[in-house]
Structures are given as C-alpha cells and as structure tokens.
Design a binder for this molecule. Sequence first.
Ligand SMILES: [Zn+2]
Length: 368
Amino acid sequence: MSFSQHLKNVVGWKTKRRILVLAVDDYGNIRIASKKARENLDKAGYSSSNRFDNYDTLETEEDLEALYEVLSSVKDKHGNSAIFTALALPVNIDFDKIIESDYRDYHYELLPTTFSKLPNYQNVWNLWKEGIESKLIFPQSHGREHLNLKLFKENLAKRDPETITCINNKSYVRISNNPYKTIRPSGAFGFDDFSETEEHKIIIKDGLDLFENVFGFRSDTFNAPGDRDHSILHKTLSDGGVKYLETPLVKNEHQGNGKYKRIFNYTSKRNEFGQTFLVRNCQFEPSSPKKKVDWVEYCLKQIKIAFYWNNPAIISSHRVNFCGLMDENNRAMGLSTLKTLLEQIVKEWPNVEFMTIPQLGDLMTNNS
Ligand SMILES: [Zn+2]
C-alpha cells in the first residue's frame, strides 16, 4: 500500500479501540429517475459513461431492504450491527413545479414528498424510519440539494436543452453546458466569484433546518455535496449546530476566479469555532470501473493501516454501489462485496466497534 495511505494516518486522534465508521454519501438524492429516463436522455444525445449518471437512483424499497439484511448480518464486540452514516439530502428538485413555471423558476420539495409522489416508492420513507430505529442507517447532512444552483438557474435562463430534457425526465445528471471550470453541476458549493459564497450561507442554513424538518433532529455532521465547502461557510455551519466537518486530507480550497489554497487536514483537527474535522482514510467503491481492484482486499489493507496507526477506520463510499433500480446486478455485486468485507472485518478484528460519525466525533472530543 502506498506511502500516501500511511500519510493519511500519521497525525490525529489515537485510540487502541478498533473503531469503524461507514460514511456513505448521496442518500435521498434523485440523480437518474428510471431506466426510461436514461433511455430518453440517451436518445436525445445525452449519454454518459459516468457511473452515477447510469446507476445512482433514489434508494428503492428493495435497495434498503437488501442493505439492511447485509448490515444486520454482522455484529461488533457489543453485538451492534454495522451502520451506515448516510450523508443525505433533505430536498429534491420539484420537477413538476419547474415545468409549471415554464422552466423559469427553481423549486424544491421535501424528501418525504418525493417518496410520496413516485410510484413504487410508497414504503421507502417508512423503511428509512425503520432503519434509523434499528440502528442500521443514520442520516447526517450532505447539504440541501446535490446541485449547483447558480449553474442550474443560468441554464434555465438559457433554456439549455440538456437541462430541460433532464427536468422533463425527472432527473439531474452531469450536464455539459457549463462555462465554469471551478463549478460542477452536482457541486452545490462550487463557485466562480467569491461573493457567491454569500448565497451558499443561505443554502446551508436552510439545508440544516430542512434536515431537521425531515429527519426530526439536527445534523451534527456536514459533508459538502460534490465540490468542497469554503471555510468561510464554517461559521454558518457552526451556528446551524454542525460540530463535525468532513474534509479531505489535502483540501484544495477555491478562493475565487480559479485561485486555490492548499489546506492540510487530519481527523481531530479543530477550527476556530470548535468544530472537529474528520478525514476518511479508507475507500470502498465496488461499482467503480476505474480501478480493477479487489475492493475487499483493498479496503481491508486500508483498515489495517488505520488500525496500525491506532486510528479509527473511516470508510468512504457512495449510494451508487448499492442501487439496483437500473440494474439489479449492480446492487447484488455491491452488497455481496460489502457483506464479504464486513465478514472479514469482524473475523480479523473481533473487538471492532461499529460507530456513526457523531458517535466517533463525540468520543474524540470528550477524550481529547
Ligand atoms: Zn455526494
């Protein structure tokens, strides 16, 4: 394993306890709506090789049921099941209202409304609540919506055909009409000029309040959707109750107009608002076609390095690995790989403890 993998683990809070966190992004978000939507986009000339644009759908009943089965099939030293910290979005684009406005205005809807509107999704919100109750899934904030509003609104104003085709198909994928090098369509807090961060503060405050409205409690954690958050937003996050900030080891923070600043982070580092950073030090992306790796072996090695340095293992993953609406094989493969990984973990480290991000954060901050 590479030097950089060790580097991720040198500095930071230390513990002899074998703590394992599964941090999984993108829950609650509509990316591609259905097979039919994908077909329509392809036919219109907007095909994509991106795995998120092809497999990442709003979690279905089958997705959650099959996931819960895998998570509850293993137990840690306390008898607790594995648990996903699901970085989740409380709202989705209200496609109907945008169409009603003749594609002029942006509207969003709350996640339970999304589930209630979609056929075959009637029971998903109940399954969410059951999963939280059974301690198999625990939502934390991944922002308000998983898209860059500046770009989205500008494309609406231009009546960009790809954006309109997406809206008509109740989907939002990586659209190509994007004049900004520093903004990604899915990155809510990417910006061109620094002054745009003022709008981001409003979105963050609203997103944290809506998270509470939807899930019934405030989020202790924040992980920015897509592009990274500028640290100017941390005060707003702190005011909104966020204690734990997810961040990469080396954050290239955009300062505006294409200028970047490099910031080094580690798990347990604090900022001036008393917020604690967490850096994911393991990766699990079984649906990623990029690396022809054995994901179980790859992830186990990373966990081993984390534990060697007496660090918690914070595994990074995405919902797309466990989605079956577009292709059942994608979910079957992702979940069977996850099951093997979890079985190997409890076998190799019988004293492992499964935790959520806030549980780990609370432990670190009380002990440091
Ligand atoms: Zn995301």
